[in-house]
Write a protein that binds this ligand. Sequence first.
Ligand code: B16
Ligand code: MG
Length: 219
Amino acid sequence: MLNLKACIFDLDGVIVDTARHHFAAWKELADELGVPFTENDNDRLKGVSRVDSLEYILQKGNLILDSATKIRLMARKNALYLNLAEGTSSNDVLAGILPLMDEMAASNVQIGLGSSSKNARMILDKLNLTSRFNAIVDGNNITLSKPDPEVFLKAAYAMNVTPGECLVFEDAQSGVEAALSGGFMVVGVGDGLEAAHATYASLNGLTLKAIFKQLAPSI
Ligand code: B16
Ligand code: MG
């Protein structure tokens, strides 16, 4: 039986639906650059760092730009994103997250964050969730973006647990890959995440107990 000591949550797309703001901001930037950008492109960019996301768009448009221009474009994308995320509040915590976190706290399971976003702390503050976390690792603390497992390994290390004692919650292909390659159990939230140990359309109404039941055959 899995000896669960910690759960690590991705942020965008798992705890809060800021993924739509990332999409809208990248879409506006891509439109300005004359590069077609679809929901499908956005799915591939979920969990991917700001710089790697820009490189993806530039490559798609066959654009080669100098680094000063790239820095300006990333700042512009972030300004667009911040503007869209400005009104985020505790009402935006996705359904199912708070009861799951309550159950974890009551079962002495630590709670960590493993997000690629450099805006993660600001968003957690707006959601009024910061104090619930035992460890927060985000885009400011890592050198390698998902699908590299660095963000989850650092979160596990900060909570003094091994990957085998952690369950990761992810909505992105890159994040599921990152968790698997780090040796974590992973729950996928949303479509197209068949590689995860268990997947759910949403975490609404789920309990740790129910997740364990689902995971049982794989552990
Ligand atoms: P920022 P996550 C990721 O967050 C987003 O999914 C991805 O769309 C975004 O490009 C990345 O953070 C970087 O975000 O520009 O705010 O630093 O899903 O890993 O919580
Ligand atoms: Mg995500």
